[in-house]
Design a protein. Structure first.
Lengths: 387, 329
């Protein structure tokens, strides 16, 4: 039970005799994990929403102090388990920045390939679950969901061939990557992105020519440019509101400046704009993967000797903030190293966490059905919110 | 056989046939949806999953029956039955072949439409009696939606009635016998429009996607039946599918010529069944390819578009019928 005094409620102008307070979550079919929204209803209209998080807290930041630089990337996967590669990426970048560790070109390209494949996989899962939120597990939403899962499976197969795991990878290592690509992997990867490229066309036809989908997505959950900047949301949400901000472009890391890609921006700020941004990102990610595979240089995959013990990597004293553009926005780690094999302190910046803050601003005034549509379009992953 | 005995036996047979059909229609729907979604569907119980519905029914019977402490016990327990009865009663006036039906009364269509609208009472009782917020919201939506869609449903069903000139179901079927072109769906313009509107309002009356806001499991978990378990849940499910099958038969009878088809006369009921299943699969096809729309959009669609359109169509049909029967060239 929550102490009533600690619960803040967003109150809006209202006068009338009847109001209904309803819990959506933490166990709810549309909660995308364990999220609790206390919504106050007037009939079907939501007048206030209060977000309660923390059901999935696993002490990730404290945990990082007890694990070495060699061990933690595999655990970093678990913060955002839908885009595991991204969290590992941010962690090793921070360690490399403090230790001034050079990363070989080949490793940088491999990192880019994996990060972009991960972005596609994450967006596929988002598209499926979002449509399921709007269309129901016993309806058209489930159809899209299963199509998306089918394609995501192809990417997981690629990761399995590369790392041996399908969900949490541990592919990144300080100084490079842990594995090189096996024989034939590049060809398989090319074929996979070709398949996904054609399937994304199918989804777009299926959804964008569907009057019911448009009726649910257009004009719903509008985030204005000012609001987006004030609240500090990131990723496709921010770009859906007309802000051209993508860390791959504004602060390139890991050789992103070598690739030719576009940053999709939409100005409407509604669920449909966010959908359009993510659909365009599929194409851009595919383009980046193709270029990276074409230009993949030969050479070592790590600037450091192969790991023989878990405490082998030592990072000199210092602190740094490293950030990457994850599928949901800016994922960052602030790390303080003290010269030992473990960080002294580490802080995660999860994109989902800051994106979630937009909900109380945009949900009031919408119908109950829109709550789940908006929540789905924000695409939160609760492993990353609570860490 | 004395006539009173027939009156007892016929409903008994029809009820049991409907229950068996409901169990297997669920399998049909699941298989069909699975193919649409590039899955296999139920496959483990029996060959090609053929025994799956029976396993499901057995499972539901063995489930614990939970009554929430805060529920209104009498209403909660009564609701599934109140819901099921009208859903079963609609089969009373459907003739499955010439002379083969429970009661082919001369106001058959009217009876069907009136009784099928009664299911709202059971729905609302279930939603109210559960004393659950999700269920209450769902019951509220149910009343909104069913009241809004009954009128277009009735109006579009009345178009074939006008064309046939009778409210008796066997008369409507009889008019469409003989050739394919006599089916009312092939009646120029009016037939096709009425068929489309009939399908849309059937979807809404049956609470199927894109109009399944009562169930809306991503918002209201399971809507009015969220607190039901075991056999009571099974009864609600049975009622829902029975209503759907009943509407499919009605659609096949009104627009697809009922039992007309090639071959000897005893194949009539088979043809009727196949057409009803075709109608059912069209509804299922729509269900598994659309997302659901919002409650305000549903009401707007009904009152602003469907109701005027069906009313206009009905008047147009009346004009056409009068014109064709009066002999004016």
């Amino acid at each position: 039970m929550l102490d009533e005094s600690t619960v803040s409620r967003v109150e809006m102008d209202w006068s009338g005799p009847e109001r209904l307070t309803m819990n959506m979550g933490p166990q709810h079919p549309s909660a995308h994990g364990v999220f609790r929204a206390i919504v106050t209803l007037e009939g079907e209209t939501v007048v206030a929403v209060d977000a309660v998080i923390g059901y999935l807290h696993r002490c990730h930041e404290k945990l990082s102090e007890t694990l070495t630089y060699a061990q933690y990337p595999s655990i970093a996967s678990k913060t955002d388990y839908v885009a595991a590669m991204t969290s590992e990426f941010a962690y090793v970048l921070a360690a490399e920045e403090i230790g001034k560790i050079e990363v070989p070109k080949r490793a940088q390209y491999l990192r880019v390939i994996c990060a972009e494949l991960q972005r596609i996989a994450s967006h596929l899962l988002w598209l499926g679950t979002w449509c399921m939120d709007m269309g129901g597990a016993l309806g058209g939403g489930a159809t899209i969901f299963l199509y998306c899962i089918r394609e995501r499976e192809l990417i997981l197969d690629l990761f399995e061939a590369l790392v041996g795991a399908r969900l949490l990878y541990g592919f990144f290592q300080v100084g490079g990557t842990r594995y090189d690509i096996p024989d034939g992997w590049a060809q398989q990867c090319r074929e996979t992105v070709d398949v996904i490229d054609s399937r994304v066309d199918e989804y777009q036809q299926m959804l964008e020519q569907n009057a019911f989908f448009l009726a649910r997505a257009k004009g719903v959950g509008i985030v204005s440019r000012e609001l987006a900047e004030d609240v500090g949301i990131a990723g496709p949400l921010l770009r859906g509101s007309g802000v051209n901000w993508d860390l791959r472009r504004t602060a390139p890391y890991s050789s992103y400046q070598d690739f030719d890609f576009r940053v999709p921006v939409e100005t409407d700020g509604d669920c449909y704009a966010r959908y359009r941004v993510r659909m365009a990102e599929f194409r851009q990610s595919i383009a980046i993967i193709r270029q990276a595979l074409d230009k993949l240089p030969a050479g070592p995959i790590s600037s450091r000797p192969a790991l023989k013990s878990v405490a082998q990597i030592r990072i000199p004293k210092g602190e740094a903030y490293a950030r990457v553009e994850g599928p949901r926005g800016e994922v960052g780690t602030y790390m303080i190293a003290d010269g030992s094999a473990k960080p002294y302190r580490m802080k995660w910046r999860g994109a989902s966490f800051s994106n979630l803050a937009i909900l109380p601003h945009i949900i009031p005034g919408h119908k109950v059905a829109d709550v789940v549509a908006i929540m789905g379009s924000v695409d939160p992953v609760f492993g990353e919110v609570d860490r | 056989m004395p006539s009173w005995l027939t009156l007892l036996i016929a409903p008994f047979i029809v009820l049991n046939v409907v229950i068996v059909m409901v169990t297997y229609v669920t399998l049909l729907e699941r298989k069909f949806a699975a193919r649409m979604q590039s899955r296999i569907g139920p496959y483990r119980v029996g060959p090609h999953g053929l025994l799956q519905p029976i396993a499901d029914a057995l499972k539901l019977m063995m489930k614990e029956d939970v009554v929430p402490t805060a529920a209104d016990r009498r209403i909660y327990n009564l609701a599934p039955i109140v819901f099921l009865i009208p859903c079963m009663l609609i089969f009373a006036t459907i003739p499955f072949a010439p002379g083969l039906g429970v009661a082919d009364v001369n106001i058959g269509i009217l009876f069907f439409l009136a009784v099928s609208a009664m299911e709202i009472v059971g729905l609302f009782m279930a939603g109210w009696g559960s004393n659950n917020k999700y269920a209450l919201l769902s019951a509220m939506r149910a009343v909104n939606q069913i009241i809004s869609y009954d009128l277009p449903f009735i109006f579009s069903a009345l178009v074939p009635v006008l064309l046939a000139g009778s409210l008796k179901m066997s008369d409507i079927a009889a008019v469409q016998q003989g050739s394919l072109l006599k089916w009312f769906i092939f009646y120029p313009v009016i037939g096709q429009l009425a068929f489309i509107m009939f399908i849309v309002s059937t979807l809404a009356a049956e609470n199927r996607v894109p109009f399944d806001i009562l169930e809306a499991e991503s918002e209201l978990v399971a809507g009015f039946r969220v607190e039901y378990s075991g056999m009571k849940f099974a009864l609600i499910q049975l009622g829902e599918y029975a209503h759907m099958i009943g509407s499919s038969f009605l659609g096949a009878l009104l627009f697809l010529g009922a039992w007309s088809g090639p071959g000897p006369e005893y194949l009539g009921p088979i043809w009727f069944l196949l057409k009803a299943m075709f109608f059912f699969l069209v509804v299922t096809w729509i269900r598994w390819s659309f997302v659901r729309i919002r409650v305000d959009q549903i009401l707007a669609l009904s009152w602003k578009a469907l109701l005027p359109a069906t009313l206009g169509l009905l008047i147009m049909t009346a004009v056409v019928v009068v014109w064709r029967t009066s002999g004016i060239p």
